[in-house]
Design a protein around this ligand. Sequence first.
Ligand code: NAP
Length: 249
Amino acid sequence: MHDQPVALVTGANQGIGLQIAKELAGHGFTVLVGSRNFERGEVAAGEVGPGARALQLDVTDHASIAAAAARIRDEFGRLDLLVNNAAISHAGKPGRPLADLMQSNRASIASIDEVRAVFETNVFGVIAVTQAMLPLLREAPEARIVNVGSGVGSLTLNADPGWSYRKGFGVGYAASKTALNAITLSFAIELESTNIRVNVASPGFTATALNNFEGTDTVEQGARNPVRVALDANGPTGTFSGPDGPLPW
Ligand code: NAP
């Protein structure tokens, strides 16, 4: 069995996931850099450091998920931390301005195909990857699952007429992050008597490809809360937090 703790970060070839991978490596993890494009994963693993390995992983592809789980078991024999970071904000061409995205995600006109594609990655992908990795996580002495979520998915915030971002609560990306909260809580409840803690951590509004680089924070700032939750070995399970502390569900 591998002697260092092993972490898998999905969608770690760029953005916040890549920064999370770098910081986990700095905290002694052997980091598996999940990337749907293996070559891009290899470039990113090179940036993360000598111990990091690229792992081909498309979270919407069952064969890819099964192969990734088998490779982790064969090559490392352990998995201590799963960061479900991979997500998409839309299914169109890269570079869509945020204002257009918010318009096209309105409940009255959103494309069902696009909503389905977003949920396939952001929700069903997380369930599928988590289920595939659970046998390994169950064997770890102290395991954690960190699902990278968003304040825009909070039902409590969006139900408040005074919350200034609620106009962005469309049925695509934002609702997928609400669903991510739901499935996180579902896993946390089922696993609460085990060694596995399951939490949602929001990075805050970070400049990445996901929002056409219109976010206000750097990836270093964005990675901070997910990494904090990931490293909190004795922390709680079933929580939802952002850079400024707990977030309401
Ligand atoms: P990003 O730069 O677009 O990164 C998203 C990553 O997910 C990319 O590596 C992408 O891979 C990967 N991905 C997409 N579909 C995938 C699939 N089917 N299988 C595997 N990987 C896939 O965006 P980011 O902002 O860093 O997003 C990271 C996480 O933070 C997401 O969960 C996002 O919802 C969350 N978040 C971001 C913000 C923000 O303001 N940026 C705020 C709140 C939450 P490719 O390079 O191949 O496309």
